[in-house]
Ligand binder design. Structure first.
Ligand SMILES: NC(=O)c1ccc[n+]([C@@H]2O[C@H](COP(=O)([O-])OP(=O)(O)OC[C@H]3O[C@@H](n4cnc5c(N)ncnc54)[C@H](O)[C@@H]3O)[C@@H](O)[C@H]2O)c1
Length: 342
């Protein structure tokens, strides 16, 4: 019998590498194929470091390439015939989309379209093809929504950044492809993911780098912003549970579903920074309090994110629950070890 093949795009990324590691640790029977273009949106050595760990497993193979390159992706699909595809490759970040819009159209629109086309053609000549496409959406698609917690059935047609608009487009494209070609698709709306070896472009990592150098940190909207910070292990648990169960047909006969994966306990940016500082002090990363600059809201930012995770809980009996202090302690300890070695 053919080994189960799982394709993970964005495998050198924060979420992709953690997901791949979790699958490889749990199941030696599965073949994990990682794809990533290792772009330099942030420090590439972090991506290489994550990949190095994955290369310990014989049933992991890595292919460097761009999902916007159709022929590259076609070759991957033809060679490996994945049963499950998890698309995490994307140009992330809200603020960067103001200055670098092209990157979002290339990776998030063209790249995702290529994923859908490859899934569609995986059924050619009567092949079993892709049984489930899981892809990353984002909490940012709730845009100007005022009512919290954000529920998956809420309208999401008021994005405030190009990044959010591309993620919403992914959900629409997935719906169309699922209806037309029967590809079972699940979109996951992640809420501000943090943890060890995370993304240096995100606030907690950037703040830490600044604190270490004794530089001022900037708190937008004067620190009065709320985020549903979600620990990486909870995200990985959620994605691995969802991957194993493709959605049944909905009332329209379409096999699509979206879930929120968030901590459903938003905290203020101010509280977050205080907790981060405490954890960094305990881990010996800093020894004094950071100087803070309080600034107005930035374009593209939303005031708060807050996930209603009842759908995830109903279908998978799981909801994220790692306390902020536990997650930030793990981050601080990782940071201390990683940068001490360098
Ligand atoms: N981390 C979060 O808080 C968060 C929140 C919401 C949604 N998401 C989404 O989750 C997914 C994973 O996020 P992450 O935090 O791991 O980000 P990440 O940037 O660490 O990982 C994405 C990876 O995809 C790769 N990539 C980008 N464009 C590519 C392309 N065209 N072809 C091949 N590889 C490409 C990058 O090199 C990177 O390694 C993304 O789709 C992101 O938009 C993340």
């Amino acid at each position: 019998m053919k080994q189960k093949v799982i394709l993970i795009t964005g495998a050198a990324g924060f979420i992709g590498s953690n997901l791949a590691k979790n699958i490889l640790q749990k199941d030696s029977e599965v073949q994990v194929i990682g794809v990533d273009n290792l772009n330099d949106y942030y420090d590439v050595s972090l991506k290489e470091y994550r990949l190095k760990e994955l290369e310990n497993w014989d049933n992991f193979s890595f292919h460097k390439g761009n999902i916007a390159d159709r022929s590259f992706l076609e070759q991957i699909f033809q060679k490996w015939e994945p049963e499950i595809v998890v698309n995490l490759a994307a140009q992330a970040g809200v603020r960067y989309s103001i200055t670098n819009p092209d990157a979002y159209i290339e990776s998030n629109i063209l790249g995702f379209y290529n994923i859908l086309e490859c899934c569609r053609h995986s059924y050619d000549d009567g092949k079993p093809g892709v049984k489930h496409l899981v892809y990353a959406s984002s909490s940012s698609i709730y845009g100007l929504n005022k009512e919290v917690p954000y529920r998956t059935e809420d309208k999401t047609d008021k994005p405030v950044s190009l990044y959010a608009a591309t993620k919403k487009s992914n959900e629409l494209l997935a719906h169309a492809y699922s209806k037309l070609y029967g590809i079972p698709c699940t979109g996951l709306r992640f809420f501000t993911v943090y943890g060890p070896c995370g993304r240096p472009d995100m606030a907690y990592f950037g703040f830490t780098n600044k604190m270490v150098k004794g530089e001022k940190i900037q708190l937008f909207n004067y620190g009065d912003m709320y985020r549903d910070f979600t620990y990486i292990d909870d995200i990985v648990k959620g994605v691995s549970a969802v991957m194993e169960k493709a959605p049944d047909a909905n009332e329209d006969g379409v096999r699509v579903k979206v879930y929120n994966i968030g901590n459903h306990q938003p905290v203020s940016l101010k509280f977050f920074v205080e907790t981060l500082e405490n954890c960094l002090r305990k881990a010996g990363v800093i020894d004094s309090e950071a100087e803070k600059e309080f600034l107005p809201m930035q374009p593209g930012d939303v005031y708060q994110t807050y996930a209603d995770v009842s759908e995830l809980e109903k279908d998978f009996g799981f909801k994220p629950d790692t306390p902020l202090e536990v997650g930030l302690t793990a981050f601080a300890e990782w940071y201390a070890g990683y940068y001490r070695r360098k």
